[in-house]
Design a protein around this ligand. Structure first.
Ligand SMILES: Nc1ncnc2c1ncn2[C@@H]1O[C@H](COP(=O)(O)OP(=O)(O)O)[C@@H](O)[C@H]1O
Ligand SMILES: [Mg+2]
Length: 448
């Protein structure tokens, strides 16, 4: 693509005047076709250096005066020219040139500008309309480049958001796999045991079948019958009906329990992702809390005690999978803020207009400097591989998209509390219903 920004592009090789050319002659030149497009004509000295510029405007001014033509017509142009026209070197950066032209030239524009080479010798004229056109084209080019950059940025942002999602998904899957392992393990063991324990029952069944075949056959001899009887009795003795029944009951009960746990976990997973199918649903936020806790359980188990104070909540129109992502990140952050063990307290409550949810931990807390930056994309205090620094910036965006606010208070060494407030009616819904629009969004950071 041609470099629209180069001054060469604007150069018009207009023949220059010498200082001794008469004013009448100048007027005649202005009438020439080749000079029609120019407001002014350049004047150069013997070594081709520009020494002035004469404009149509100036000529008109002279000739309109009383006796102007008679008095001035034969005078040299040097008498009336502008001795300090705007001169630009061809190599001047386009932006600088444009800035000089626009500040120096008068409004209305009455002159063109002179272009010289590196040695200061006259090369031609440039006109303001051409300059404006070139600037416009250049802006357009810039705009397109910016547009591309913006699109690239958007794309990489989307990728990053995706990778944070994948990271928490990975954590989640690892957690769930771990959770599933325990019940799967003992359900498997129980099945093995049941198989072992049921073997004598099958043997007994077989012995009894034999016996009954002999009994039903009139040709059976005494000795064979006695054998069959003995075998059946031995098989019966091998089965301790009392303990066996108790063992079976116990094993089946355990297996049942394990299967229930498995299906609870799978149900939780479904709850967690159900929502992608219905991006906006009426949801009980407490269900989201429970789903997120189930998913985060493996990360929390053993070292973190979770206390829940969940009050009954009205249904909330939201994208639950997104809200779950926010909760999961808050829970993981809280767990990561603890050296060793700690407590996470989750509270939820509602008023007429809003649902509130707070997640509080007694972890290491944050300094005011950290607190200021936690919602910034990529801000993390965690080692590579542990933190992407995107969790809270994504959470912030999700909560904002829901018309809500996210606030945080923290004290180093004491702990941190995040408070999420979501409106029951979104601004748009409220407008539909004729109610007042919700208060403007704001991001609030409190220092405890
Ligand atoms: N509960 C918390 N306690 C202490 N610091 C926290 C807590 N939650 C977030 N932070 C701080 O905020 C930073 C940004 O969090 P986040 O955006 O989730 O990214 P990441 O967890 O990947 O670092 C964390 O690195 C941490 O310094
Ligand atoms: Mg995080």
């Amino acid at each position: 693509m041609a470099d629209i920004g180069a001054l060469e592009h604007l150069l018009k090789p207009v023949q220059a005047l010498t200082p001794d050319v008469s004013i009448d002659e100048v007027a005649r030149r202005f009438l020439l076709d080749e000079h029609r497009a120019f407001l002014s004509l350049p004047v150069v000295d013997a070594v081709q250096r520009p020494c002035g510029l004469i404009s149509r405007y100036r000529l008109q001014d002279i000739f309109m005066r009383r006796f102007g033509r008679e008095l001035w017509g034969t005078q040299p142009v040097s008498k009336v020219m502008n001795p300090a026209p705007l001169v630009l070197q061809l190599g001047t950066p386009f932006e600088t040139a444009a800035a000089q032209v626009t500040t120096r030239l008068q409004y209305p524009v009455t002159e063109d500008f002179i272009l010289v080479d590196g040695a200061g010798r006259y090369r031609g004229l440039g006109t303001v309309p051409h300059l404006l056109k070139a600037m416009e084209a250049r802006l357009l080019q810039r705009n397109q480049a910016l547009q591309h950059t913006l699109e690239d940025l958007k794309q990489s942002q989307a990728q990053l958001v995706q990778s944070e999602k994948m990271a928490s998904l990975g954590q989640m899957v690892a957690g769930i796999a771990h959770e599933l392992n325990t019940p799967l393990g003992y359900v498997g063991n129980n099945v093995d045991l049941l198989r072992e324990l049921s073997a004598p029952l099958f043997a007994l069944n077989e012995a009894l079948a034999h016996l009954s075949a002999y009994l039903g056959d009139p040709a059976t001899d005494e000795e064979a019958l006695a054998h069959a009887l003995e075998a059946a009795d031995a098989a019966r003795r091998a089965v301790d009906a009392g303990t066996l029944a108790e063992d079976f009951r116990q094993l089946l009960e355990d297996t049942d329990y394990g299967l229930r746990q498995i299906s609870e976990l799978v149900g939780g997973l479904k709850d967690f992702s159900r929502l992608d199918r219905a991006p906006s649903d009426d949801v009980d936020l407490n269900d989201c809390v429970r789903a997120a806790l189930l998913i985060a359980r493996n990360n929390l188990k053993g070292r973190v005690e979770v206390r829940q104070q969940l009050q009954a909540l009205p249904p909330l129109r939201c994208a639950p999978s997104q809200i779950n992502q926010v909760l999961l990140n808050l829970l993981n952050n809280a767990a990561q803020a603890m050296d060793g063990s700690g407590i996470i307290l989750i509270k939820s409550w509602a008023d007429e207009a809003q649902v509130h949810l707070s997640v509080e931990d007694n972890g290491k807390g944050m300094t005011p400097e950290v607190l200021e930056r936690i919602f910034d994309p990529f801000f993390t205090t965690k080692p590579v591989g542990e933190g992407t620094g995107l969790g809270l910036s994504i959470s912030y965006r999700i909560v904002r998209d829901h018309g809500g606010t996210i606030r945080v208070a923290s004290r180093p060494g004491r702990g941190t509390r995040f408070l999420i407030t979501l409106p029951l009616r979104r601004a748009a819904d409220a407008a539909e219903a004729g109610a007042a629009p919700a208060a403007p969004l704001q991001r609030e950071i409190e220092h405890a």
